[in-house]
Design a protein around this ligand. Structure first.
Ligand SMILES: [Zn+2]
Length: 478
């Protein structure tokens, strides 16, 4: 292409507070339509909003984790528009004085680190949801999401490829998960991105006209939408036509975008200060307490895993991509004292089960304590590798305590020498052909009898002990 791609993202994030932004209604996802709303979030006359303190705390936490400056003084504004999903006909947002500004996020592109500017993070409320009847005759409105607290993260146009846009969104998602301000469930819409994109002729100083694609709700779709839009604009410019400033809707199934409306400017929304909410003043003590509550973030954790624990970078990348997984890894490593063993298990057996059963198995069934315990039992030779896998499967299925599972299924390694000798002798007696093979010098017969002996012990023998006893028994025939 003869053009540079210029991308900025606007990321809308639902905060996981227990109540809504200005009232006491539940902020939980779902519920029967219109059961989680009240006169305040519906904006009925005579009601007054009160800011949820947690919303302020979570926004500042997200801002600090993205190296933002925090405004000592900020305020709310009304963004006016007409739409049936917002019964007040305005959205409470922040216009000229956002709470967080001027930050950055570092992303890894290949083996390079790139710094992406964060212009601002402001607080706003979500709107309700329109449900269009499939026969095209009726539209229904559910106000449960009305007044759900959101933050909008606006990046600077520092991204230069669709891939970088995806990586940035992934990185920000992981920061928000680590700081626990949002559950970031993209399929439920709690994290969604608008992609602003324009093309600039290589070497030229002037920027091209940009378009905005709204509400994209998967990482892959962000990359695909940006790629398709860059190609669409290049096609228009290549044929000598002009790109129009407009808002578009990305259809991920069709793999193309459609015009929604000509792009409106901020002045079209007639922003004005919200008279019902006082300005927000943040003091040093509140700020310090929030700063102290920020955990170690994914990049720092990854470096620690690689440098201090000797975990391969690829594994450390994967483990830190999910906070629950990283927490399980750290706790299990503490419990069993062998981080490499834990990371090997996570990369293979645990990941496979997450892919099969979903991420919910973490912490609900598997946690750092029980995984660490299972692996250290295996390391001490109390259960075999195969039994450890079996315990994990039962644990995921039933949530039963691992010690009970081992007891109930009799998975403890069988080391009673008399018992092992008896089992081995029986195996030899039952397999005279193998014995005569061994006596005629065929070493392969040992492996065969070893397998039979382990089976006779129901897989619970200690292989080293069984092999020793088997050899001794066989030698007695020589
Ligand atoms: Zn309410």
């Amino acid at each position: 292409m003869d053009y540079d791609i210029i991308i900025g993202l606007e990321i809308h994030v639902e905060l996981k507070t227990s109540s809504k932004i200005f009232c006491g209604c539940s902020n939980e996802f779902g519920g029967e339509p219109n059961t989680r709303c009240c006169p305040i979030c519906l904006g009925m006359p005579g009601t007054l909003p009160v800011l949820n303190k947690k919303v302020l705390e979570y926004t500042i936490k997200a801002g600090l984790a993205m190296q933002c400056k925090i405004a000592k003084f900020s305020k709310f504004d009304r963004k006016n528009y007409f739409y049936p999903d917002m019964s007040k006909a305005y959205q409470v947002s922040q216009y000229d004085l956002p709470i967080c500004y001027d930050g950055y996020v570092d992303i890894d592109v290949g083996d390079k680190t790139k710094r992406i500017g964060i212009e601002r993070i402001h607080i706003e409320e979500d709107a309700g949801k329109l449900i269009h009847d499939s026969n095209g005759q009726e539209s229904l409105i559910d106000y449960n999401r009305c007044g759900v607290p959101l933050i909008e993260i606006v990046t600077r146009p520092d991204l230069r490829s669709p891939e970088e846009a995806k990586i940035l969104l992934e990185t920000i998602k992981s920061i928000l998960e680590y700081t626990e301000v949002s559950d970031c469930k993209m399929q439920e819409g709690s994290l969604r991105a608008d992609v602003n994109l324009s093309l600039k002729r290589k070497g030229s100083k002037s920027l091209g006209v940009r378009t905005e694609m709204k509400n994209i709700n998967s990482l892959r779709a962000v990359q695909r939408a940006a790629q398709a839009e860059a190609e669409r604009q290049a096609g228009i410019l290549g044929s000598g036509c002009e790109v129009y400033q407009e808002t578009r809707r990305w259809d991920d199934n069709k793999g193309e975008s459609f015009i929604m409306r000509g792009k409106e400017e901020a002045m079209d929304y007639r922003f004005f200060p919200e008279p019902d909410l006082p300005p927000v003043c943040v003091d040093e003590k509140f700020l310090k307490a929030i700063q102290a509550s920020i955990p170690q973030l994914p990049r720092q954790r990854r470096e620690r895993y690689v440098n201090d624990l000797g975990i391969p970078r690829y594994d450390a990348d994967l483990i830190t991509s999910n906070k629950h997984l990283a927490d399980v890894f750290e706790r299990a490593s503490e419990v069993c004292g062998n981080p490499k063993l834990v990371s090997n298990w996570i990369m293979t057996d645990i990941m496979r089960r997450i892919n099969e059963k979903g991420e919910e198995i973490l912490n609900s069934h598997i946690n750092g304590d029980n995984l660490g315990w299972i692996l250290s039992s295996m390391e001490r030779g109390e259960i075999t590798h195969a039994s450890a896998i079996q315990v994990i499967d039962v644990l995921i299925e039933t949530g039963e305590e691992p010690g009970n599972i081992i007891e109930r299924l009799g998975l403890k390694v069988q080391r009673d020498e008399a018992l092992v000798v008896k089992a081995v002798k029986e195996v030899i007696n039952k397999n005279p052909q193998a014995l005569s093979d061994y006596l005629s010098g065929k070493e392969k017969a040992v492996g065969f009898l070893m397998g039979k002996s382990m089976a006779a012990l129901k897989g619970r023998g200690d292989p080293i002990q069984v092999r020793e006893i088997l050899k001794k028994e066989l030698q007695s025939y020589l």
